[in-house]
Design a protein around this ligand. Sequence first.
Ligand code: PMP
Length: 402
Amino acid sequence: MDSIRVAERVRRIKPSPSTSAAERANQLRREGRSIVNLVVGEPDFDTPLHIRQAAGRAMEAGATRYTSLAGTLELRQAIVAKLARENGLSFDPGEIIATNGAKSAIYSALAATLEPGDEVVIPAPYWVSYPDMVLACDGVPVPVSCPEEQGFKLTPADLDAAITARTRWLILNSPSNPTGATYTAAEYRALAEVLARHPNVLVMTDDIYEHIRFEGGTAPHLLAAAPELRDRTLAINGVSKTYAMTGWRIGWAAGPRSLVQALDTFLSQAAGNCCSISQAAAAAALTGDQGFVAESVAVYRERRDATAAGINAIPGLSCRLPEGAFYLFVNCGALIGRKTPNGGRLATDDDVVMYLLESVGVAVVAGTAYGLSPYFRLSIATSIETLDDGVARIARAVADLT
Ligand code: PMP
């Protein structure tokens, strides 16, 4: 049998576009092409040594068994302390569940709450996984376009217009992947005024990039700006980006006890607890020396400044300086309609991305993947030499257009 019929649930979702783009780049590299990969969304730093050592100690001490489903009390207490210290938020360990990365927290929250046809409002551009996760849970993603003129942010009026009787969730991601756009406390309060008129809408905050921030320290939190949303907000976060721990797979959700309990019930059958050794490492990350965070952000800032300056010097391309995260979301609208040296015409940002890959070996991801065109996303989570090489190649490719 060469083809197994898979469920409609799987057929309606697509593999992550950034994973597909990275695979295509790797394939070209294996064929001998010189490729500059600006696709990946993970820190290029190693996990700090003291965190790795904590994992080693945990292993030796026998932390190798099932933990409580919601995570060890040690980890949940570290998360409680972090939320108080960094975000000014008060939770207790019973309102926290540790998960296999932030991704699993988001997915299980949707799985535990969506009925078929329930709508989820997703400001666009968005992280590629949100709409597909909603689809996998039988929900209906409702993308709301947030153009560059609005700083890629959701306005209260657009939020109000997007909410219907079927709306179950609003997902906010600040700083955002792919734009870096970051909501201020005042912007959060304005959105909260709209939400006050729609008491049945739950809010998910994806705070995974809160520390990758170029001005003003940790990003403001919705719940600090609008504490009245506390009983219907689920705050998602994790150690992947802040501590360069993508492979360890530790994230969490913090929210009302009944909601967290629903995630717990779902995950108790779908997955089980997350890795015991990684939990010890994550607790060490949250409670230990925080020097790595500022050091890595300083490096990202240098790369952001240099790469954005390089992109903005290319006629036909432009990008805002992102306030956070580690991506540039580059406007390539002026290239649409232009002709490539071999006679093709660039009609969409997908064409621009394909042209950059085929002509100069630069791999980036098209704006279509994030729900806003014509743009492409370029990751700055790589060395400055690689970024300089990438920008020089993009400049050459653009100069060859007529
Ligand atoms: N949210 C956003 C916005 C992300 O960019 C990512 C990682 N690409 C995640 C969540 C998932 O993070 P984790 O590694 O903790 O699953």
